[in-house]
Design a protein around this ligand. Structure first.
Ligand SMILES: NC(=O)c1ccc[n+]([C@@H]2O[C@H](COP(=O)([O-])OP(=O)(O)OC[C@H]3O[C@@H](n4cnc5c(N)ncnc54)[C@H](OP(=O)(O)O)[C@@H]3O)[C@@H](O)[C@H]2O)c1
Length: 299
């Protein structure tokens, strides 16, 4: 640690356990920033190209853990991580374990307890990019868990992307990750549905998409307006009421039907808007749909 309480990032050695597509990218990013990087993978040959770039190959998981205070694990899932780490649990004492496997918030919280039980500081992370994006400073890496570990290693973790500290709950990174992936799938499917509708009338996806991207900026503004409405439980429909949305989405259902485009997405959305409107909220804003989505007890 230096006088500011953070480790000297340029000299912090790192161990990376798991060298699939993502683990290899993580190890490569640490190497590119000049960190002494020790690597281990179940199939040893996957370490070869990293070793050629200067990484140190660990013969065992225990050797990999023992090589660095900062240990990053990125294997298929939590079960695989536990399978590898449990036999070497005593080696983790006094180290910082950063788990970047994808999983559920419940798995993350359980793993944090397990790590604490073996004397390790624990950070659970979510990688909001694909391997080619690792190292890009605009790519988000979300973390939850030990505040001390984040403070000490923030600069080292910045080799991977922009490290964002969500708080001390180790489940938060997985929670955000799964919610954000839901946003990605909904957005991509909505975009592809529009591509199909426009494409049926001869509009190329490449012509439609720049206009769709300008629209996404407006949608981001709607989200910013609606977030405080959700938090405050007050949904003034002065921009566009649910009645207006019902009328508009019926056009999309009809336009889809007339072109032979699948209607299941707009019909699902229409049914949700109608449910919210039928509960007497037809003059409320679109954000009122939160009551359809979340458990009744929290509404
Ligand atoms: N790829 C992405 O775009 C992306 C993005 C965000 C998050 N992630 C997450 O990153 C993690 C790794 O993904 P990946 O893309 O690197 O997957 P991958 O290319 O399929 O690699 C899987 C890795 O897990 C290892 N593994 C699987 N089961 C194991 C076990 N029982 N014991 C030890 N090692 C085991 C594999 O080792 P072997 O080489 O020996 O098979 C390999 O190193 C996943 O949790 C994934 O959800 C990936």
């Amino acid at each position: 640690m230096n006088e500011h309480g953070s480790a000297d990032a340029a000299r912090t050695p790192v161990s990376v356990i798991g060298l699939g597509a993502m683990g290899s990218a993580l190890a490569g990013a640490f190497l590119a920033r000049g960190h002494a990087t020790t690597v281990w993978n179940r199939s040893a040959a996957r370490a070869d190209s990293l070793v050629a770039k200067g990484a140190t190959r660990a013969a065992t998981v225990a050797d990999a853990v023992a090589a660095s205070e900062l240990v990053v694990v990125c294997v298929l899932d939590y079960a695989a991580a536990r399978e590898q780490l449990e036999p070497v649990a005593e080696t983790l004492a006094g180290r910082v374990l950063v788990n970047l496997c994808s999983g559920s918030p419940e798995q993350a919280r359980e793993m944090a307890e397990w790590a604490a039980g073996h004397g390790a500081e624990y950070l659970d992370g979510a990688i909001m990019t694909t391997p080619p994006g690792v190292g890009g400073q605009d790519m988000m890496f979300l973390y939850g868990g030990s505040a001390a570990a984040f403070a000490a290693h923030r600069d080292t973790l910045a080799a991977l992307g922009d490290p964002i500290n969500l708080g001390t709950d180790p489940g938060l990174a997985c929670l955000y990750d799964t919610a954000l992936l839901g946003l990605m799938w909904s957005t991509l499917t909505g975009w592809l549905h529009g591509v199909a509708v426009a494409g049926a009338d001869g509009v190329a996806a490449t012509a439609y998409t720049p206009i769709a991207l300008r629209w996404m900026t407006a949608i981001a503004g709607f989200m910013t307006t609606y977030a405080p409405q959700v938090d405050q439980g007050s949904y003034p429909g002065d921009d566009a009421s649910l009645d207006v949305h019902v009328a508009a989405i019926q056009h999309l259902v009809h336009a889809s039907e007339a072109r032979g485009v699948d209607r299941s997405l707009p019909e699902l959305l229409l049914s949700m808007i109608e449910r919210a409107a039928a509960d007497g909220h037809n003059q409320d804003s679109y954000a009122r749909l939160i009551d359809v989505l979340r458990p009744a007890a929290s509404a």
